[in-house]
Design a protein around this ligand. Structure first.
Ligand code: CA
Length: 224
């Protein structure tokens, strides 16, 4: 999943980014409200983590503008501003959840999982293709009962394909899903990731098929 993290406190931002990347998410980081507003107009994110007290443009204004464009992306607000009025105001503006700083990273992770679960499968936890099972919010994959060891990029690839099972995902969509701003994924890099995941999917009943000139699709292997 590609996540926008908007937080001007560098140590909090670093801790959150590390946590999210540890869960194999791609994280774009910005430190002020104007940059967040620009990023949200540019990129289709799966989740936004939004601080409220931000330089240049307040987080509530970022949120108001986002929802006025009718963007449905889930937003988790993280803020030091406490109090019932503040919470109600932020939820009314279209935040999906709210965490008051300081918070435990374990709770943060649980909230993120819940929001992504809702966003991905309308509440479905588990995706199955052949004998391959994917727990997208939990960032786990296994074949039958056997856990599959995947790198962050490999899991990201599988996730991008799995959220569009039986439909073609084109190369730019995949690169977009796998990459953060400061990374470069070449066409070669994508092919290498596909190659590795294919090898790991051997005998899983699921396969990644290349659709020449279009992209890739994840499908159940036909029985012969
Ligand atoms: Ca702040």
């Amino acid at each position: 999943m590609r996540i926008l993290l908007v937080e001007d406190d560098t140590s909090i931002a670093a801790a959150i980014a590390a946590t999210l990347r540890g869960q194999a998410h791609a994280v774009d980081q910005v430190m002020d409200g104007a940059a967040a507003d620009a990023a949200l107009r540019e990129v289709d994110y799966d989740l936004v983590i939004l601080d409220l007290g931000l330089p240049r443009l307040d987080g509530t204004e970022v949120l108001r503008r986002l929802r006025s464009r009718e963007a449905a992306v889930p937003v988790l607000v993280i803020t030091a501003r406490d109090g019932l009025d503040e919470r109600v105001r932020v939820l009314d503006l279209g935040a999906d959840d709210y965490l008051v700083k300081p918070f435990a990273l374990a709770e943060f992770e649980a909230r993120v999982r819940a929001l992504l679960r809702r966003a991905v499968g309308g509440g479905t936890n588990l995706l199955t293709v052949g004998r391959l099972h994917l727990d997208l919010p939990g960032r786990r994959a296994w074949v039958d009962e056997q856990p599959l060891t995947l790198t962050a990029r490999e899991f990201g690839l599988l996730e991008a394909l799995a959220s569009r099972v039986n439909r073609v995902t084109n190369r730019p969509q995949l690169v977009d899903a796998l990459c953060e701003w400061d990374q470069n994924l070449t066409g070669n890099g994508l092919d290498i990731a596909v190659h590795r995941v294919r090898r790991k999917l051997k005998d899983s009943g699921a396969r990644i098929r290349t659709i020449r000139g279009l992209g890739f699709l994840l499908e159940e292997e036909p029985h012969d």
